[in-house]
Write a protein that binds this ligand. Structure first.
Ligand code: FAD
Length: 449
């Protein structure tokens, strides 16, 4: 029987790679994980965590204004950008240490450097080669910037977390969740924000009502939306950057950030040499057990381009470890994956959009509610909360829950459990609400269309 240096060689210590490696080591597998950049991957270093910290920071702006309606008299306020970024960096550094400890305490070896595949059982890193019975590719994704003249002057989310100072004028390109979240972040911190998006609405793939409402709410706040519009050229001049749009307009900005999608981070990994099949986007093609076209090479997370979210990468990592090292073949259930967008206001969603449900079930009942949240009756803030339930009429099952408003992600997480349990509208109706909350509206909606 062939002998190998390791049972498992994981490439990439991000959300998926860390979970798989920790669990494999806990199950007794001799495990090594290679990381070229930062322990914890995108989520911890340049994704979910620092982003949410910046969202919190930016929400204080409106919070201070809201406070006046409650009798608070606040003096002049000023954001110290350097303190914010330094505090954020300190927390990320602490998390890097937590990830290191979690891996080493589980018994996994960490190798710092860029790993590449040599053949189907061999990985090269830092000038050395290691063999492994199984190789797990968990290399994540990378921002894609379209080739537009001058787009080399633009940044991506990778750099946005480390700006030296708060930009006065920001232009975002893109209409996905990263673009709208950063629009809220910069706007909340006092920058003038312009968002340019080629589509007619933001957040493709989300329920149409949410897309519409978010666009309205962002405009109301003063974010300058340029929809159905493309950047044709960017110029750098003494006064900053000038972006020319195909509408004939020019946007002047200090920072231009592209958030126009992410591609699997698989280039130059040596996958072709090992015989691993990829699709035309560079995503590793895998089966429901995350097994690639080469039997002992697995791939998880963003590099497989299934659902690019941290909890999904973690679930895939766990499933691979259970399958290979705990005699428990496991596959991830991709139905009803909830998600949130930390735009301002927040947005949360689980299940099918109205359009998808109509296509799948034909007859659907739609319950909607739009209201001014209690808090804003005194704060005076002009912000509406919107909620929507999508019901399959034949079975009475709730197949979609959508919300835009404060804490939408927190609320939808609970409802995702109800949808996993195939809850019906009658069961929602039989649930007593918690008063006074916004969430109670989800169990008190009575008239459908
Ligand atoms: C701005 C932003 C905000 C986000 N917000 C959210 C959110 O709110 N909620 C959510 O669920 N998801 C969010 N995501 C998505 C989430 O971060 C990813 O889905 C998740 O990190 C994917 O995990 P992964 O393990 O596939 O890859 P990653 O976490 O990206 O980890 C891959 C790791 O592999 C390393 N690597 C790559 N190639 C090599 C190599 N050859 N050798 C050694 N190491 C290598 C990389 O350095 C990286 O550390 C966000 C992403 C971004 C960019």
């Amino acid at each position: 029987m062939a002998t190998y240096d390791f049972d498992l060689f994981t490439i990439g210590a991000g959300s998926g790679g860390v979970r798989a490696s920790r669990m494999a080591a806990t199950f007794g597998a001799k495990t090594v994980v290679a990381e070229e950049r930062y322990l914890g991957g995108t989520c911890v270093n340049v994704g979910c965590i620092p982003k949410k910290l910046l969202v919190y920071a930016s929400e204080f702006g409106e919070g201070f204004s809201d406070a006046a309606g409650f009798g608070w008299n606040l003096g002049p306020r000023q954001l110290d950008w350097k303190t914010l970024i330094a505090n954020k960096d300190r927390e990320i550094h602490r998390l890097n240490g937590v990830y290191r400890r979690l891996l080493t305490e589980a018994g996994a070896t960490i190798l710092e450097g860029r790993a590449t595949l040599v053949d189907a059982h061999t990985v090269s890193i830092n000038g050395r080669q290691y063999t492994a019975k199984y190789i797990l590719v968990a290399t994540g994704s990378w921002p894609v910037v379209p080739e537009v003249p001058g787009s080399n002057h633009a940044i991506t989310s990778n750099e946005a977390f480390f700006l030296e100072q708060r930009p006065e004028r920001v232009m975002l390109v893109g209409g996905g969740y990263i673009a709208v979240e950063f629009a809220g972040i910069f706007h909340g911190m006092g920058s003038h924000v312009t968002l340019v998006h080629r589509g007619a609405k933001l957040l493709r793939g989300f329920d149409e009502d949410l897309r519409e409402t978010l666009g309205n709410e962002m405009s109301k706040r003063g974010i300058d939306l340029h929809l159905s519009c493309n950047v044709t050229r960017i110029e750098k001049a003494a006064g900053g950057l000038h972006a020319h749009l195909d509408s004939g307009e020019t946007v002047n900005a200090d920072i231009i950030m592209y958030a126009t999608g992410r591609a699997p981070h698989t280039h130059g990994l040596g996958l072709e040499k090992a015989g691993v099949r990829m699709d035309d986007q560079g995503a590793i093609v895998v089966d429901p057990y995350s097994q690639s076209s080469v039997a002992h090479i697995y791939a998880i997370g963003d590099c497989t381009n299934r659902i690019m979210l941290t909890p999904v990468a973690i679930a895939e990592g766990r499933a691979v470890a259970e399958t290979l090292f705990n005699h428990r073949p496991m596959r991830v259930d991709y139905s009803g994956v909830p998600s949130a967008v930390f735009s301002q206001p927040n947005l949360g969603t689980v299940g099918l959009t109205e359009g998808e449900a109509r296509e799948r079930f034909g007859e659907v009942a739609i319950y909607k509610s739009t209201f001014r949240p209690l808090k804003h009756t005194l704060s005076g803030r002009d912000e509406m909360t919107f909620m929507k339930l999508v019901i399959d009429k034949n079975t009475d099952r709730v197949v979609g829950c959508h919300m835009i408003g404060a804490d939408a992600g927190e609320i939808i997480q609970g409802l995702a459990v109800a949808l996993k349990c195939n809850a019906t509208k009658a069961q929602f109706d039989a649930t007593i609400g918690i008063h006074p909350t916004a969430a109670e509206e989800f169990v008190t909606m009575r008239s459908s269309s």
